[in-house]
Each structure stands twice: as structure tokens, then as C-alpha cells.
Design a protein around this ligand. Sequence first.
Ligand code: HEC
Ligand code: HEC
Length: 311
Amino acid sequence: MPAPALPPTAPSACRANTAIILLLALCAGEVVTPAAAGPAAAAYPTPPTLSALPDTPFGAAIRHGHAIFTDTHNGAAAYVGNDLNCTNCHLDAGRQANAAPLWGAWPAYPEYRKKNHRVNTFEDRLRDCFRFSLNGKPPPAGSAVIADLESYASWLARGLPTGVSPAGRGYPRLAEPSQTPEYARGKVVYAQSCAACHMLTGAGLKTAGHTEFPPLWGRDSFNWGAGMANVDVAARFIHANMPYGRGNTLSVQQAWDVALYVDSHDRPQDPRYIASVAETRQKFHASPYSMYGRRVNGRLLGGDTNGAPQP
Ligand code: HEC
Ligand code: HEC
């Protein structure tokens, strides 16, 4: 495999090494810099680290929840249908402010969600990310996988008041783009700032069965029902967190353009699919931010396999 060409703005440690193995060693484990957390970083809660874990049955459950979250393939294999792990979107094992941290979510549930028009428990929310973001099967209610993930989340959030969204929850708001997001401009941003890690094919990079750089589209990525498949959600995540380790370096326009580009590619079918793409769009994707059911480059997104998983 040829060495990937890193964008000119890549951290010097990454740029200096052209061998892919060095790139992986230097960049995959790179710690997100304070700059990525935005100007109000000091105001965010500081979750405890694993070294502070009690040596008790609760400690063991927390440790297991952490293992599932960071290596979902081995920790909860039966419920995962793609190449992603929870931590690929909830960065730093669910600790990173502005990357939908677990400590931000835990105190806010139960909470009403427009997605399913009812009040959701934290368990409901976990099960949804398995179903859509991991393109898998939701673990049964009350199962050990759910219980251990809850142990981990509750421990990260210890001391935070319940019923309140802490600063740093979810993704930051992002201004509207000055120009309508455009595929062609997004393609340029992608080639310059993303393809070095996620590959021009969007398939990411796996080494020895482990996902180093997660796939952004295609059969091994999140499905059409996932939050990240909405251009606005993806734009907010990308602007705050990508390129990896250099959040808040893309312009607002670049984030919207590249989010549109990523979400204009095929991915596994929405598991809520009903009858036809048009009906599924009408029922679940009636949003200007969903590309599902639209035609891009002659291809009907979500459509060409009539409901079967996309190749
Ligand atoms: C230096 C390598 C690198 C670059 C460059 C990079 N990413 Fe990432 N990206 C990652 C890694 C690593 C993760 C997973 C983070 C983790 O597991 O801690 C990730 C995660 C993601 C995710 C969530 C997971 C998924 O598969 O959907 C999206 C979306 C994403 N990146 C989009 C982008 C976009 C868009 C760009 C360009 C603006 C970009 N990335 C540039 C390394 C990179
Ligand atoms: C492809 C990316 C992706 C992956 C992988 C993923 N999630 Fe999510 N998750 C999201 C997005 C997007 C949201 C919504 C964030 C927002 O809109 O603020 C979310 C939200 C959540 C929330 C609620 C956050 C809040 O503040 O309300 C929890 C809890 C959660 N995910 C847990 C998980 C777990 C557990 C896994 C692994 C089984 C997982 N996620 C995998 C993208 C992902």
C-alpha cells in the first residue's frame, strides 16, 4: 500500500513519517489537544480516569463497560454489524467534551427524543446507537452489556447534577454556512484533509482486524438511520473534532461541505425501511439534512438494493 499523503497542515510528527506503520503509531493514538475542545475548555467537567477505579464488583463492571465501549467488536460482538466501535464517534472513550461524551449524556436522561416521539431512558439511547451507528442488533433490555455500559457512564458522570445538560454535552452548535453546502467543494476538502486517514474510498483502515481509521461510508460504516447520516449532525461533529486531533481548524463552510460529501455516499440500509425508498424517506427522512432517497451522481441513495443492505 502506498504511503498516504498527509495534508500540509498535519502535525509535524505525523508529516515527517511516511511509513504507514509510523503514521498509525503517531496519529491513531494521538491525544486530542486542548484546542480541539474549544475556547471554554476550562469550564467542562473532568471525568475520572480508570486508574481511580475502585477494586470492587462495581469497579469491575465499570472496567467491563469501558472495554465494551472502546472495543465493541470483542466486548459485544453479537450486537455489532459493522467495523465501528463506540469510541470512534464518542472520542477518548466517551470522555471528550463536544464529542457527545458519556458524562454529558448520563445526567440528562430520561429525555424526550423527536426521533421516536417518546421519553427515552439512557438504556433506550444506548440500544439506538447499536441499532443505527453500529448497524447491529440492540442488546436486550437489562442485559449485562447494557448494565456495564451504564456503570461506566454513571461513573464518568459522578458528582454531576441530574436533569441538567452539562457544558460540553453533544456537539457544539455550528453557524449556518454562507453558501449552500456543495458536493464538489466537499470532495476537495475530503481529499485534502480526510483521505489520508479515512482513505479516498471512505473505507478507512483496518490492521489485523482492528479498526485504526473508521470507515465513513460503505457497508462497514453506520447505516442510514444513524445520527451521523444527517448532514447537520455530521457537520457539527466534524467541525469540532476532525481532522483528528485538530478540531476547530476547518472553516464553517468546509465542515458543511465535507459533511454533505460524506453523507452523499451509500451505506447500509435504514433498519426501519418500509415498502419503498420514497415511503421510508417520507416517514423517517423528511429533513433537508438527510440525503436518503436523493439521487447523487445518478445513484439513488439508500435505494439501489431495494431495502437489502448496500454493497
Ligand atoms: C489523522 C487521521 C485523521 C484525519 C486526517 C481525519 N480523521 Fe476522522 N477519524 C480519525 C480517527 C482515528 C477516528 C476515530 C477516533 C477514535 O476512535 O478515537 C475518526 C473518526 C471520524 C468520524 C466518526 C467515525 C465514523 O467512521 O463515522 C467521522 C465522521 C470522521 N472521522 C470524519 C472525518 C472527516 C470528514 C475528516 C476530514 C475533515 C477527518 N475525519 C479527518 C482519524 C482521522
Ligand atoms: C457513527 C458514530 C457513532 C457511533 C459508532 C456511536 N455513536 Fe452514540 N451517538 C452518535 C451521535 C451522532 C449521537 C447524537 C449526538 C448529538 O446529536 O448530540 C450519539 C448519541 C449517543 C448517546 C447520547 C448522547 C447525549 O448526549 O444524549 C449515547 C449515550 C451514545 N450515543 C452511546 C453510544 C454507544 C454505547 C455506542 C456504541 C455501542 C455508540 N454510541 C456508538 C454517534 C455514534
